[in-house]
Design a protein around this ligand. Structure first.
Ligand code: MOS
Length: 771
């Protein structure tokens, strides 16, 4: 087959990749042997606790630390008056950009308060309990002002996104004349969608252990999805050469985007360690998680959809307004998915930001695509209901055979197979088209579905592979493992690429001393790191082949390198496999203890360039950059709604995705299950409440910020369609971290609308809105 990736051609022995191998770090995690960022018992370690602002806007008049300092074990109370100064804050105009620090403001740099729970002091003591207690004794006097809580407040200053310079929003987009097309459309639908503020709640909160080895040399154990960004940001803000900051992240207890950046608490911990001259550990409390590492912004989308009477889209007009912080212009880019999901000749989008006294919002799983898909996928169902067409049929009618937003061909698109397989597994054909007509006893039953898509972002990773003459290998890349299986899948890829079994591979990650890899974010880690490992292994193999063909004692002496392959630990002639030898024999004869290879693996930008890469097919290389690269999927949801109580329970779930090569059937399935549950949470439960007058948080805890528990979730059916993409990267991996969540809220909302005949457009869909 033309599109067949070359991986299995070079490595026909591939046995490990794709297998449902158990997590290799599973035992270490459940036995407590896995070390998280707050579990390094450094000599002399002291504990930091944050004292945070009780007001959301105003000024610090005075801070009285005397009572806290009198407590036993207290080492220091640091405020804006005595904390070591930063070389620069992230937003210093003439400074170097701290690329991984999304928040322009740094606490403890002055007296101004911009948001509730802004850190105002760091208290250090010999135990966590003493630090926490002493922090409660720090007395702050404020000059309070009336804050702005959300963009809904008329006092919220509106920002024109066209003026946003830093690319954090995609501003205004126009394709064709959407206004005219909408005005002329026989079917016009206008709907407004609201999305509550959502907060990331990984099991492991944000945590930092900082140790200065010398006045100008820092090591940080950090719970982060990106050690390189953290290193770069700390180096810039602390005024150090980058190589004098080391960031170590061996295990992470979840992140979902909030650990994709370097936030103030990390910088404060480094400053504090400097001030007290000892290693310092800071672990955010659960309430502080709501105000320290960003959030998904509260937002309103208005979508106008024009169509013909038989359901063909003619116009899409998308507007978004969301709450932004006082300094930063972040808004998740919802409109991109609205622009490309269906074949529609015209499109227009715009953004508005409303400044409020909140901290800076940030990426949360499928930033942009998750809420954007909620709008387009609910409106598609409304269109289906309006013209009396089956929702899946309507989606097929508007199927985009190429990317409407760019006009490019897709690098691959298995969406039709996802629809067909998902519908089959779910029993979509049994759905009664009439809303409110299906019952299970006194419960109303609804069936809904939605499309998922997520881009393959452009990124690059590097890896190093060292093969030893005794038949084992150490493979390294400065990646991170959120808990989703990076350790495991990279071990599988390394094993197949080197012709070894997985038990002969040690894969190391999470240290800035290792070759640079991108964040575990934007679904790029699996593709970039696996491709880099595969290519690094190719580098090793090619080096070995060169040694063999020059070795008089080798059976391969004077063979052409391109005629030789590595298989099952043997170097042998492709045409005559019997002619060859174990590479260990070759290495021993050549007196080599080990041999190293390295490579970079690009993601999305195009084809691999390394001349020795088995799949560096020049014919494909130029085409690669001209393709639109996305994964696709479909979610099917059944809900049961209590008509008296308004409660919604998800009773059945089917997800089918096409995401290129699946590296591990088990971890991939778990990833989709996790992302779908995340989406069900945002659909039915999750909402961070800010008091509209005080802009303080009323439910910053896991008792009142509801997330799904096991009892809320049915058995879920997850499948992948077999998809080979020859353009995206050496391994043909698209990534599945984000797409798992895209469309989920819409599938739930569409099922609720089908059950009840009531369309709820405000997330979360709580009982009060259903009744
Ligand atoms: Mo993801 S929101 O890019 O961690």
């Amino acid at each position: 087959m033309d599109n067949e990736p070359k991986f299995f051609e070079t490595n026909p022995q591939a046995k490990s990749v794709g297998q449902p191998m158990d997590r290799i770090d599973g035992r270490a995690k459940v036995t407590g042997a896995a070390k998280y960022a707050a579990e390094y018992p450094l000599p002399g370690l002291v504990y930091a606790a944050l004292k945070t602002s009780e007001i959301a806007k105003g000024k610090i008049v005075s801070i009285d630390s005397a009572a806290a300092m009198r407590e036993p074990g207290v080492v220091a109370v640091l405020t804006h008056e005595n904390i070591p100064k930063l070389a620069q804050t992230p937003n210093t105009k003439d400074g170097k950009k701290a690329i991984g620090a999304p928040m322009g403001f740094m606490p403890l740099t002055g007296t101004e308060i911009f948001y509730a729970a802004q850190p105002v002091a760091v208290v250090v003591a010999d135990t966590f309990e003493r630090a926490t207690h002493a922090a409660s004794l720090v007395k702050v006097t404020y000059q309070q002002e009336a804050p702005v809580a959300t963009f809904h407040d008329p006092k919220a200053v509106k920002v024109d996104p066209a003026k946003v310079q830093d690319g954090k929003t995609d501003g205004h987009t126009r394709r064709g004349d959407a206004q005219a097309a909408f005005a002329a459309a026989p079917i016009k639908l206008t709907a407004t969608y609201n999305h509550a503020t959502n907060n990331h709640n990984p099991m492991e909160p944000g945590s930092t252990t900082a140790q200065w080895e010398a006045a100008d040399r820092l090591t940080v154990y950090e719970s982060t999805q990106g050690i390189t960004h953290t290193q770069q940001s700390l180096a810039v803000m602390l005024g150090l050469p980058r190589e004098q900051v080391r960031v170590i992240t061996k295990y992470i207890g979840g992140g979902f985007g909030c650990k994709g950046s370097c936030w103030p608490h990390t910088v404060l911990t480094a400053q504090t360690a400097k001030a007290v001259g000892r290693p310092v550990k800071l672990v955010l409390t659960r309430p502080q998680m709501f105000t320290s590492m960003g959030h998904r912004e509260d937002q309103q989308q208005t979508l106008r959809l024009g169509a013909t009477r038989d359901g063909k889209l003619t116009a899409l007009i998308h507007e978004k307004v969301s709450t932004a912080s006082m300094w930063d212009d972040y808004a998740e880019p919802n409109s991109k998915i609205v622009n490309l999901l269906y074949d529609c000749p015209t499109f227009e989008s715009s953004y508005t930001l409303g400044r409020a006294n909140v901290m800076t919002p940030t990426f949360m799983r499928a930033p942009g695509e998750a809420p954007g898909s909620f709008a387009i996928e609910c409106s598609m169902d409304d269109l289906a209901a309006t013209i009396g067409m089956d929702p899946l049929q309507l989606r097929l009618l508007n199927y985009a055979e190429q990317d409407p937003s760019t006009g490019q061909q897709w690098s691959s698109k298995g969406l039709k197979q996802c629809y067909a397989r998902g519908a089959e597994l779910f029993g979509w054909s049994k759905r009664n088209p009439k809303a409110g007509a299906t019952r299970d006893g006194r419960l109303l039953v609804g069936m809904g579905m939605a499309t998922a898509s997520y881009p393959v972002h452009n990124s690059q990773g590097t890896a190093r592979a060292r093969l030893y003459a005794d038949g084992h290998a150490v493979v390294q890349s400065g990646a991170t493992d959120l808990g989703t299986g990076t350790y495991t899948v990279m071990t599988q890829v390394a094993a197949d690429s080197l012709g070894l079994t997985p038990d002969k591979i040690r894969f190391e990650l999470g240290d800035t001393k290792l070759p640079t890899a991108p964040n575990s974010g934007g679904s790029v880690a699996a593709g970039t790191v696996s491709s880099a490992i595969y290519l690094a292994a190719q580098d090793v193999v090619q080096k070995l082949i060169k040694v063999a063909v020059l070795d008089k004692k080798s059976p391969l002496f004077r063979a052409k390198p391109e005629d030789v392959q590595m298989k099952d630990g043997r170097l042998q002639l492709k045409a005559d496999p019997k002619k060859g030898e174990e590479y260990t024999a070759l290495m021993k004869r050549a007196d080599m203890s080990d041999i190293e290879g390295s490579a970079s693996g690009k993601y999305g930008a195009g084809y691999e360039e390394a001349a020795h890469a088995a799949n560096a097919d020049p014919a494909h290389k130029d085409e690669a950059g001209q393709h639109s690269m996305h994964s696709f999927g479909a979610h099917f949801c059944e809900v049961k709604v209590d008509p008296e109580l308004g409660t919604v329970r998800v009773s059945r779930w089917v997800s089918v995705h096409a995401a290129g090569r699946i590296l591990n059937a088990k971890t991939a399935r778990s990833q989709i299950i996790g992302g779908s549950i995340f989406g069900i949470g945002s659909a039915l439960m999750e909402a961070t409440e800010r008091d509209p007058n005080l802009a303080r948080y009323t439910n910053a805890n896991l008792a009142e910020y509801h997330i799904p528990v096991n009892a809320d979730i049915p058995d879920m059916t997850v499948e992948f369609v077999d998809e080979h993409d020859p353009y995206i990267n050496a391994m043909g991996v698209k990534g599945i971290g984000e797409i798992s969540m895209v469309g989920v809220a819409a599938a739930v909302a569409n099922a609720v609308a089908h059950a009840t005949g009531r369309r709820v457009r405000d997330l979360p869909i709580t009982p009060d809105k259903v009744l």
